[in-house]
Design a protein around this ligand. Structure first.
Ligand code: HEM
Length: 260
């Protein structure tokens, strides 16, 4: 995982410097690298793959400077193993609990998908991801209040909010939570990195895009009971459906996520 941490440091520094050259710069002179992060006032020179030249391990050093969560997966025994991570915005799962588990083990609580063969196919797909050919997917759930950290460790802070949704406040309190997840092969360690960026939108704002209002209304109405329970929507899903019904005129929606 330490080598995977250096791979990750390289990937994030390269991507940030290429995407936002006004904020970040990476200069390489053999194994001597200089990293400039202007928003955080960082200008560090270090030796690549020499831990003693950074203030933290390579993964912690770079992910402290990066938005979103990161899991590092080692590939062995025909499986992926969650062997390192830095996670602060998890949707009701615990990195502490899942660390060291394999792909099937950490997905065990998800209903329906195992029987449908979804995870067998997903694992095969992920194990064949190649360096330089990243992939992405979206995940969704719903959260009461715009809260990013809904970890089991902090359940006492967010769990009770589920009882606070009323017909009057549902548009303001209920949020669609979408995670943009991507998968990148790392070149030296052959590990995969799984970055997760989380986005929240209140129903009040979501309904300003007619297609999104119609789509979410239909998805919530037709969600299998197992998923309603898994996503933690049992107490207030009916309120969200009633709220959204007003914005669903029954007309067809186009495929894809973009507004019509
Ligand atoms: C290696 C990359 C991946 C990691 C680290 C990961 C991790 C997780 C974790 C920790 C959970 C929460 C499970 C719980 O309830 O405790 C989860 C849920 C889930 N994952 Fe993954 N996952 C990965 C890739 C995928 C892929 C490729 C798929 C594609 C089918 C997938 C599908 C799902 C689904 C459907 C859920 C349930 C989410 C919901 O319905 O709200 N995952 N994943």
């Amino acid at each position: 995982m330490n080598l995977a941490g250096w791979d990750l440091l390289e990937l994030l520094m390269e991507q940030q410097a290429a995407g936002y050259p006004e904020h970040f710069e990476l200069h390489r002179d053999g194994s001597r690298w200089r990293w400039i992060n202007r928003p955080l006032g960082i200008d560090d020179t270090f030796i690549f793959e020499d831990d003693t030249t950074l203030p933290y391990g390579p993964m912690e050093y770079i992910t402290r400077q990066s938005q979103g969560d990161f899991c590092l997966l080692e590939q062995r025994e025909n499986n992926l193993w969650m062997d390192a991570g830095i996670v602060t915005t998890q949707a009701d799962w615990s990195l502490d609990f899942d660390i060291g588990m394999n792909f099937m083990e950490w997905h065990a609580p998800v209903p329906l998908a195992h029987q449908m063969g979804v995870f067998d196919r997903a694992l095969k797909y992920l194990m064949n991801i190649r360096h330089g050919q990243p992939a992405r997917r979206f995940n969704w759930t719903m959260t009461v209040n715009p809260r990013l950290d809904t970890s089991p460790e902090n359940y006492h802070k967010w769990g009770p909010d589920r009882a606070s949704v009323t017909p009057e406040n549902v548009g303001r309190k209920a949020h669609l939570r979408v995670e943009l997840q991507s998968f990148w092969r790392l070149p030296r360690s052959n590990a995969l990195v799984f970055p997760i960026r989380c986005y929240l939108i209140a129903l009040d704002e979501l309904v300003t895009i007619p297609k999104w209002a119609r789509r979410l209304h239909r998805v919530l109405e037709s969600l299998p009971p197992e998923l309603v329970q898994y996503k933690g929507l049992s107490r207030w899903r009916h309120l969200a459906i009633e709220y959204l019904a007003e914005f669903d005129d029954g007309s067809p929606t186009s495929p894809g996520i973009w507004p019509d």
